[in-house]
Design a protein around this ligand. Structure first.
Ligand code: 5GP
Ligand code: ZN
Length: 113
């Protein structure tokens, strides 16, 4: 755990979150500023700064994020959904603890802005 990390604090239960799915490896909770009717963040319990670092350090948990995201989408009633890993501030990453955005419930334009 990184003592200064917001998502580590959510995983530890120190900051409340609307948790929709949990496994041994990952936690999924609703984004506080949703960009779609369903907007859930799936995070590893362990601290890694981005998706690539997680994949290098712990490939099984990397797979678990995608599997959990699919389960969340299905549980929320969505066949169609978008998964996003923003990586780096220039690409919109604002929390430097790996998180997979699950977006669904409205039509999603492509390319993203
Ligand atoms: P990023 O911009 O790093 O890809 O995504 C970070 C996401 O975390 C944003 O969509 C933001 O709304 C969300 N977020 C920031 N602070 C909190 C919080 O305290 N609780 C929850 N549930 N989501 C948060
Ligand atoms: Zn963290």
């Amino acid at each position: 755990m990184d003592a200064d990390c917001l998502f580590c604090k959510i995983v530890a239960g120190e900051i409340p979150a609307d948790v929709v799915h949990r496994t041994e490896r990952v936690l999924a909770f609703r984004d506080v500023n949703p960009q779609a009717p369903t907007h859930v963040l799936v995070v590893p319990r362990a601290h890694h700064v981005n998706a690539a670092e997680l994949a290098k350090a712990d490939p099984e948990t990397s797979v678990a994020l995608v599997t959990a995201a699919a389960e969340v989408a299905a549980a929320q009633g969505h066949e169609d959904y978008r998964l996003v890993f923003n990586t780096g501030a220039g690409a919109g990453q604002s929390v430097f603890h790996t998180h997979l955005h699950v977006l669904a419930g409205r039509s999603l334009a492509w390319p993203p802005g």
